[in-house]
Design a binder for this molecule. Structure first.
Ligand SMILES: [Zn+2]
Length: 241
């Protein structure tokens, strides 16, 4: 599985044989979501922004810190929407249904993505973020998502943070498909890095093997694994041959 010659899916960046793109829920949200990603995070394979853009295709992603500067992030906020930035700094209110109801118009959710220092600078320097309503996630944790098994409890990925915000903005129903995809993808990433055993990968990867290797199995296929005959057509992913 650590064969350096194997090719990777250009979309999810997993080795082709572990590509997770066909599981992306491809949700449509009422809320416009804009991620402002610091340039130093943009190319990291562990960056969950890539997974979020797969799961919610209408997510807008702007790279911050490149020269020349990209288009103004404000151009990604629909006219009439109230910009709301998810940033738990000074003056941020917990994101609750009451806070959402008090906004003058439907929110556009803006999420700075980078380390704390980078995100702080973005919120100060980008006029759209500086003027936006500041909100923080309410105290609540999703149990058992994949990367958090290896993280301190308070380190939530951007993907998980957006999911939690969407639960407040759009209802509980968004959580299950988003977290299911996240667990599949991040468990496969951990497997590729040798940090998770084949039998522990969420959703199961029995029957999936690198090209030229004999099948390996650790037990029965879990419910919810790739259904027989499912194709990758329609996804932004290199088709398997
Ligand atoms: Zn893929």
């Amino acid at each position: 599985m650590r064969d350096r010659d194997q090719t990777s899916c250009p979309t999810c960046r997993l080795p082709d044989w572990l590509c997770v793109c066909s599981y992306a829920p491809r949700l449509t949200t009422r809320t416009r979501i804009l991620l402002v990603v610091h340039v130093s995070d943009f190319g990291r394979t562990s960056n969950t922004v890539r997974l979020l853009a797969l799961a919610i295709p209408d997510v807008a992603v702007v790279c911050h810190g490149v020269f020349p500067a990209p288009a103004d992030p404000a151009s990604h906020v629909p006219a009439g929407a109230t910009p709301v930035v998810l940033f738990p700094g000074h003056g941020a209110n917990p994101l609750t249904p009451d806070v959402v109801a008090s906004l003058p118009s439907p929110p556009a959710l803006i999420v700075p993505d980078g380390n704390w220092r980078q995100a702080s600078r973005m919120v100060k320097r980008l006029p759209l973020l500086a003027k936006a309503v500041k909100v923080a996630l309410p105290d609540r944790a999703f149990a058992g998502t994949a990367l958090r098994r290896n993280r301190p409890e308070h380190h939530m990925s951007t993907y998980e943070a957006v999911t939690q915000a969407l639960v407040v903005l759009e209802g509980e129903a968004v959580a299950s498909p988003l977290l299911d995809f996240y667990r599949r993808a991040t468990d496969r990433m951990l497997f590729v890095r040798g940090k998770l055993g084949r039998g522990d990968v969420y959703g199961g990867i029995d029957g999936l093997n690198p090209p030229g290797q004999a099948p390996q199995a650790t037990g029965g296929r879990e419910a919810g694994s790739r259904p027989p005959g499912q194709t990758l057509s329609g996804f932004r992913c290199r088709p398997k041959v």
